[in-house]
Design a protein around this ligand. Structure first.
Ligand code: ASP
Length: 343
């Protein structure tokens, strides 16, 4: 716990294996407390946490709020439509307003890449102690989702001793609109960290060939990768072929709001090829876990039958696990901000 050093959580590119383990082990502890229906923990009593969501959200926003409340923090929510944004205030000035009110953590979602990074840099340059937690920026990064998916898969494969190294050499198939998905990018960082091999499956328009080099190309602030022995990325255009060797599958929504041009012949032809159905799942000889970050579009990327009746469909577990993972993130950031506090 004492080795946590990140003031902001903006990406998973700069996470070491130790960082990932600290988060999921702490989340697991919070999870067991939650399941005993223990009252809210006093850990963050007196601190103010603010969510600034400039883009819609159901799961992420509410689970951050619940996580903050479970730790007894005060919680403010900014709503763009009823805010001074409409009077011309910038995101940065909005963020600084909430810092002046005493927010120790700003949880920020924005439709443009890098906005949380720019806000964090600005707050640092002003000497402010406030932490920034990226809750999803454009198609760039969604760290809390990458962490909760790592936790969910680790729990699935290693339920008794929660060891993420269980992912070593497992094949994780991520299907669909990788190009516009911040979830896919964060999952690639979190799952490859423990040696999982990632297969990206979809049409060329949604997964250009260059994605095979994603882990070795230059990223945010040219951070040096703290992990030397990552799993590998390969690309497949055939779901029927790639599902056969998969140990787990993550399906993704078509992010139409981020598509500038028409990248598909039709949604119907996309679904024929890439919608995960029980027939396609049956091509795999194991009962593999199925994940989806939500929101789901039934029969486009995943069939209702899988969502409603497949026993290893982990979509609800992902939502449930989101709360303790976000409790862990808020708690850890507050140890940097406020010094160590007892759980
Ligand atoms: N909820 C996820 C995100 O915010 C996935 C999605 O929207 O499709 O990126």
């Amino acid at each position: 716990m004492n080795s946590w050093h990140h003031k902001h959580i903006l990406t998973l590119e700069n996470f070491s294996k130790e960082d990932f383990k600290i988060v999921i082990e702490l989340a697991h502890k919070f999870n067991s407390l939650n399941s005993f229906e223990i009252e809210n923990l006093p850990s963050l009593k007196g601190s103010l946490i603010t969510s600034l969501f400039f883009e819609p959200s159901t799961r992420t926003k509410n689970s951050f709020e619940l996580a903050a409340k479970r730790l007894s923090a005060d919680f403010l929510s900014f709503h763009p439509s009823s805010s001074s944004l409409s009077k011309g205030e910038t995101c940065l000035d909005t963020a600084r307003t909430y810092c002046s009110m005493g927010s120790s953590i700003l949880i920020i979602r924005h439709s443009l890449n890098n906005i949380p990074f720019e806000i964090a840099k600005n707050l640092d340059s002003l000497g402010l102690k406030t932490s920034v937690l990226n809750a999803g920026d454009g198609f760039h990064s969604h760290p809390s989702q990458g962490l909760l998916d790592l936790y969910t898969l680790t729990k699935f494969f290693s339920p008794t001793n929660l060891d993420p190294n269980i992912l070593l050499k497992k094949t994780i198939l991520i299907i669909g609109d990788i190009l516009h998905s911040r979830v896919a990018r964060s999952n690639i960082w979190s799952l490859s960290a423990f040696g999982a091999n990632i297969v990206l499956c979809g049409p060329k328009t949604l997964i250009p060939d260059e994605f095979a080099n994603f882990l070795s190309s230059k990223h945010q602030d040219e951070i040096e990768d703290p992990i030397r022995d990552r799993g590998k990325i390969t690309i497949s255009r055939s779901l029927e072929q790639s599902i056969k060797n998969a140990d787990a599958v993550i399906t993704l929504r078509l992010q139409k709001e981020r598509m500038k041009t028409n990248l598909l012949n039709s949604v119907k032809s996309y679904s024929d090829d890439y919608c995960l159905t029980t027939q396609k799942l049956d091509l795999c000889d194991k009962e593999i876990p199925v994940l989806h970050p939500g929101p789901i579009n039934r029969e486009v990327e995943i069939s209702s039958q899988i969502v409603d009746s497949y026993s290893n469909c982990l979509i609800n577990d992902q939502v449930a696990n989101g709360v303790p993972v976000r409790m862990a993130l808020l708690y850890l950031l507050s140890t940097v901000n406020l010094g160590f506090r007892a759980i």
